[in-house]
Each structure stands twice: as structure tokens, then as C-alpha cells.
Design a protein around this ligand. Structure first.
Ligand code: NZQ
Ligand code: ZN
Length: 393
């Protein structure tokens, strides 16, 4: 069993009344001048942004606003935020939105006190020693960034999408009101569930499979998300199941489902090249890659794929044919993806055939110019990455 450290400092306030706590929590964590950071239209349309701002106002907390964060958040927006925060003397960032807004907020928070170029953190050239405190009012359960130590930013200069992880960036608090997610379109709902399930699966498909409690928790989470997503696709205003999904997104990524096991992340790394190149929705991109990754690596730990098939996908266990059972589990997952409107290959994701040149470019970027591997269950070299992209095309 792998030794582990567990760190989950984010204060969670969950439920219908949670938004009333914003100003009190900002004060509790020392914010006196706040950057309210948000995306396109959804938080404006729902009235959430106004609600948050009027609460800050009533509590006498000064703020400035910066919107316009797009899915697959861009480095240029973070630069704009860094400049604004310095000019306005901002000491706290409040992200109102989903993974993209939160990740943009994290990037700004790294950049404000740093003398160099913030992209250096994402390139692995520097390590952040301090950052502005930040917090979240979550509107889409998916990325898990509301409690995670990660952020993922796209540098438009070359369409390079890179993540940076640092425990400093775990939000101080996260406000989660499932009612706010009623307005999510079906595609975003399904992509979000796919992403959180994948955050669990990246830690589930491991060679260190002797931490039984972690495995049990992961399977319960995966089964619950599978059920809940159909309920909310049928009835978007189903509070009970929206709540399961909202909490599921956080549990899947703050580290609980990774205690005592090695994590893989190859599907994520292969996907980041897709959303970097084609501006695809991250969760949908994961669904396009995972079946091919799974078929490529399943012999590294066949019994785990059998267990997934039986315990998560309800495939009958054919004890005489473990490989057949494992493959049926992967096929069942493909049927699940289709049933919730997700793609199972790159063509379905981007709506056209991907070219050989585009695959070569993704392999080059994913392998950091052929100098780096990804994955852990099977360590993928550049030729493995290429084979998986070919299978997934
Ligand atoms: O911009 P607005 O108008 O707000 O619309 C957003 C956006 O178009 C919309 N939306 C959000 N809340 C809504 C809503 N629409 C209606 N009602 C609501 N309540 O949803 C769209 C997607 O939002 P986005 O924030 O992009 O989604 P998500 O949370 O899936 O974040 C995706 C990003 O997170 C990264 C991904 O790579 C991607 O860039 N990830 C971050 C991770 C982390 N920091 O730990 C881990 C993940 O693996 C992932 O890589
Ligand atoms: Zn993800």
C-alpha cells in the first residue's frame, strides 16, 4: 500500500442558503478588497453575480469585477486580471463560476505577488511560494477545482494547455448551492459528470490496488454519479440528484479517492491536447479518449478492469473469460457515454476526421517534445500516445 498525505483545507458551505454566507466568509479569510471573477453570461443571467456583489457591498467590502473567462481559460485573461489586481490593491479573489473561472482565478492569484511571468509555473520553470487567497461560489460541478490544488490554463500562443498543482491554491472556502446548477444545459451536465467520474477512474485504475476502502469509495461514487446523471437529464430541476452530483464533483478531486493508491492521469493528459487544439469541452474529450486508453492498457491490471466491469458497470462476471468481462465493461461504459450524449471517439467529439498531422502535433505536445511520458498504470511513451490517438480517431 502506498503511503499518503491527506490535505483538504477548504471550508465547504453547501445548500440552498449557502450563498448568504459570502461576505461573512470573505471577512473571515481576511479579504478587504476583492476581485469578483466570472465567465460569460450564466452568472449574470441567473442574478448570482448581483447577489454576491450586493452582499459584499452591504458588508462594506470593496470589490472590482472581471468577467469574460471562457471555457479552457486563456493566459491573456489571467494577465489582465493580474494587472487589474495590482492596480486596485486587491487582496482576495472570489471566483463565481466553474472550473474555468476558478482556474483563471488561481492563475491570477499566483501572478499578483510574483515578479516573473506566471506561465513559468505551468511550464515547471518555477514554484509558487505565495499567492493571494481565493474562494469559490460554484455554478457547475465538474472540474473539482473548488477544492483541488490544480489549475489548467491555455496559452493561446501555440494553443498549449498546461496544468499546475500547488497546495497553496486550494480555495479557502467553497459555496455550493445545487439549485444554481438547474440551468446547466444537458451537454455541460453530462460532460461535468464524465469529468468527475474520470477524476475517480484516474485513481481507480492503478497497480496499487490493495487500499480496499479507497476502492470501495470510488465504486460508490461512480455508481451514484451514473444513476444521478440520468435523473437530472430527465428533470433538470431535481434538487436531490443535482446535490449528489455537486458533492460528487468535489469528492472526486480533492484527494479522498486517491488515498493509498498511485494515480494515472494519462487520459487527462491525452485529452488536454484535444481541448487545447480544438477548444473541445474537457469532459467530452475525456469520453472520446478513455475507451481507447482502456483497451490499450487493460492487461497491465486485468483484474481491476474486471472489477470495474462487474461492480460499476453491472456486467455479469464470466469467470472463464476475464478479458471478455473486462472488454464488456469498457463497451458498457461506451454505451453509458452515448446514453448521456457524450462522444466515444475524436470524430464524434470534433465533428470531423482528425488528420495524421494533427495527431503528430498532439503527440509532440503531450510528450513535451518527446522528452516526457504520461500515465502510471502503463507508462506511455510517445509511440503509445500515438497508438491511443489512432485508436480513438
Ligand atoms: O461562461 P458562462 O456563461 O458562465 O458559461 C459556462 C461555460 O460555458 C457554463 N455554465 C457554468 N455554470 C453554469 C453554466 N451554464 C448554465 N448554468 C450554470 N449554472 O458552463 C460552461 C463550462 O464552464 P467551465 O467552467 O468551462 O466548466 P468546467 O467546470 O467543466 O471547467 C472546465 C475546465 O476545468 C479544467 C478543464 O481542463 C477545463 O479547462 N480542469 C480543471 C481541473 C482542476 N483545476 O482541478 C481538473 C480538471 O481535470 C480539468 O482539467
Ligand atoms: Zn478533469
Amino acid at each position: 500500500m502506498k503511503d499518503f498525505k491527506y490535505y483538504a483545507p477548504t471550508e465547504v458551505v453547501f445548500g440552498e442558503e449557502s450563498e448568504e454566507q459570502v461576505a461573512r466568509l470573505v471577512k473571515k479569510y481576511g479579504g478587504t478588497k476583492v476581485l469578483v471573477h466570472y465567465g460569460g453570461q450564466s452568472a449574470l443571467r441567473s442574478g448570482l453575480l448581483d447577489k454576491v456583489c450586493s452582499q459584499l457591498c452591504e458588508a462594506g467590502i470593496a470589490y472590482v469585477k472581471l468577467g469574460g473567462v471562457v471555457p479552457n481559460p486563456r493566459l491573456s485573461k489571467a494577465h489582465e486580471g493580474i494587472e487589474l489586481c495590482r492596480k486596485e490593491g486587491v487582496d482576495f479573489i472570489l471566483a463565481v463560476g466553474g472550473g474555468s473561472v476558478i482556474d483563471s482565478a488561481k492563475c491570477i492569484a499566483y501572478g499578483v505577488p510574483y515578479d516573473g511571468e506566471v506561465w513559468d509555473f505551468y511550464l515547471g520553470k518555477a514554484k509558487a511560494e505565495k499567492m493571494l487567497p481565493l474562494a469559490v461560489v460554484l455554478t457547475i460541478p465538474a472540474a473539482g477545482s473548488e477544492m483541488s490544488e490544480s489549475s489548467v490554463i491555455t496559452n493561446e500562443d501555440g494553443d498549449v494547455k498546461l496544468g499546475y498543482s500547488n497546495n497553496l491554491s486550494r480555495p479557502k472556502f467553497a459555496i455550493m448551492n445545487p439549485r444554481r446548477t438547474f440551468t446547466l444545459p444537458p451537454y455541460q451536465t453530462a460532460a461535468g459528470v464524465t469529468d468527475m467520474m474520470m477524476h475517480t477512474m484516474e485513481r481507480y485504475f492503478t497497480k496499487d490496488d490493495d487500499m480496499d476502502l479507497t476502492t470501495d469509495l470510488a465504486e460508490a461514487l461512480l455508481r451514484r454519479m451514473k444513476t444521478a446523471v440520468f435523473e437530472v437529464l430527465k428533470n433538470p430541476e431535481d434538487y436531490r440528484h443535482r446535490a449528489q452530483i455537486m458533492w460528487g464533483g468535489s469528492i472526486a478531486h480533492w484527494g479522498l479517492t486517491g488515498c493509498g493508491v498511485s494515480d494515472d492521469w494519462a487520459t487527462h493528459e491525452l485529452e488536454h491536447e484535444l481541448s487545447g487544439m480544438f477548444d473541445a469541452t474537457h469532459g467530452a474529450g475525456l469520453a472520446a479518449i478513455w475507451p481507447s486508453w482502456a483497451r490499450y492498457v487493460m492487461h497491465e491490471n486485468l483484474s481491476r478492469f474486471v472489477r470495474f466491469a462487474v461492480n460499476v458497470m453491472d456486467v455479469p462476471n464470466d469467470f472463464t473469460d476475464p478479458e471478455g468481462t473486462a472488454l464488456k465493461g469498457i463497451e458498457a461504459m461506451e454505451r453509458f457515454y452515448h446514453a448521456i450524449g457524450m462522444p466515444i471517439n475524436i470524430k464524434e467529439l470534433i465533428g470531423k476526421d482528425i488528420t495524421d498531422e494533427e495527431i503528430d502535433e498532439m503527440v509532440r505536445k503531450c510528450s513535451r517534445n518527446y522528452t516526457s511520458t504520461c500515465g502510471c498504470l502503463k507508462v506511455l511513451q510517445a509511440e503509445d500516445m500515438k497508438a491511443i490517438y489512432q485508436m480513438a480517431r
